[in-house]
Structures are given as structure tokens and as C-alpha cells.
Ligand binder design. Structure first.
Ligand SMILES: [Fe+2]
Length: 167
């Protein structure tokens, strides 16, 4: 049974390696675009999976986690804004790379915060059984929405999210 924390960390490693690969493909926009489309879709699938199956549990399990959750949802929105900026630009243009760079910077900051705060807080509070139950749901969500299928990519309001999910 997968632990949701392990699954999130595995995705983070994959994101880092794909962004590093993209930076090597600066001179080959078509190859870069293939990497980017896969990466952008998975960033959305991952963020949505966390919003469905990780942050609601963090809010329930860890007292005072409203601010870190608000921050995380806001970061997801900034990643989405970078994805939309790139999607609206011509592949290989400066504007396209700028959108990718926006997503990369928002993602780097966000992974650091999750790895230093949200994931350790949850690990301390939640039982292995709960982490595995959430892991199964998280993996199921990522399978169902592979390639960002069925996901709108729209921003979520951080305050509304926290009041809706138990803050
Ligand atoms: Fe996240």
C-alpha cells in the first residue's frame, strides 16, 4: 500500500528532473514542447490530487494548518498561471519560456514549503493506516486524471478552499 507522502515526494522528484531536462532543450523548441506538455499536465493532475486527497486531511489532522494550506493553494494557482501563460504563447518564443519559468519558480518554492512544513507536519499527526488509505485514493485520482483529463486547470480561491475543507 502506497503512503501518500511517498507518492507526493516521488512526483516532486519527477518534476525536478523534467524541469532540468527542459532547461537543456532551450535550442530545440519542439522537443522542449513535448517535455513541457507532459510536465504541465502532470503538475495540474498532482495539484488537483493534493487538493482532493491531501490538504483536506492536513486541515483535519494538524491544528493550525490553515495558513500553510492557504499558501499551498495559492502556490498551485501561481503554477497554473505559468502554465496558462505558456499555453497562450507561441512555442519556443520568449513569452512561452517566460510562462514555463513562472511555473518553475512557483513550483520550486512550493515543493520546498511542502517538504519542509506540510509533509512533516502530516507525518507527525497521521497514522500509517490513514497515509496508506489516502495514498490509494491519491494514486487512483492520478490514474483517472492522467494527462490532466477532466480537470479544468482553473484557479481555486485559497480562502474559500480552507473554509470549505474544514478550516
Ligand atoms: Fe502541492
Amino acid at each position: 500500500m502506497p503512503d501518500v507522502i511517498r507518492l507526493i515526494l516521488d512526483d516532486h522528484e519527477w518534476f525536478r528532473s523534467r524541469f532540468a531536462r527542459l532547461a537543456e532543450l532551450r535550442a530545440d523548441p519542439q522537443a522542449a514542447n513535448e517535455v513541457w506538455l507532459g510536465l504541465a499536465a502532470r503538475l495540474e493532475t498532482h495539484a488537483s490530487a493534493e487538493e482532493e486527497h491531501f490538504y483536506p486531511a492536513l486541515l483535519q489532522q494538524v491544528e493550525g494548518s490553515e495558513d500553510e494550506t492557504r499558501d499551498a493553494i495559492g502556490d498551485h494557482d501561481e503554477i497554473r498561471q505559468g502554465i496558462r501563460r505558456a499555453a497562450a504563447a507561441e512555442v519556443g518564443s520568449d513569452e512561452w519560456w517566460a510562462g514555463i519559468q513562472d511555473a518553475r519558480e512557483a513550483n520550486d518554492e512550493h515543493l520546498d514549503e511542502e517538504e519542509h512544513d506540510d509533509l512533516p507536519d502530516f507525518l507527525r499527526a497521521a497514522s500509517l493506516e490513514l497515509r496508506q488509505e489516502l495514498g490509494a485514493r491519491f494514486a487512483g485520482f492520478e490514474d483517472e486524471h492522467r494527462g490532466a483529463r477532466g480537470l479544468s486547470g482553473a484557479d481555486k480561491d485559497p480562502d474559500e478552499y480552507v473554509s470549505e475543507h474544514g478550516g
